[in-house]
Design a protein. Sequence first.
Length: 80
Amino acid sequence: MNTTMIFKSFIFLSLLTLVSCGSGQIVPTKDVCTVERHFKDYIYQVKINGEAISKQWYIKEDAVEIVKDLAKKNKCMAWN
């Protein structure tokens, strides 16, 4: 084997190692999203593990969409 062949083999093995190690397994979250209704009004707050994600209150449809978006981003598990 000449130097060029050794170099090409080294490059090939290096690229193979980078590609095979490049994608890690995604671990699903165990955090739970909930939608809590305001005690007086028909507005809702989105919470993760019982803590509000913001001080904002939403109509139910918007709150559900936010939960779905958070679940897609693996921030929490959506309920059925």
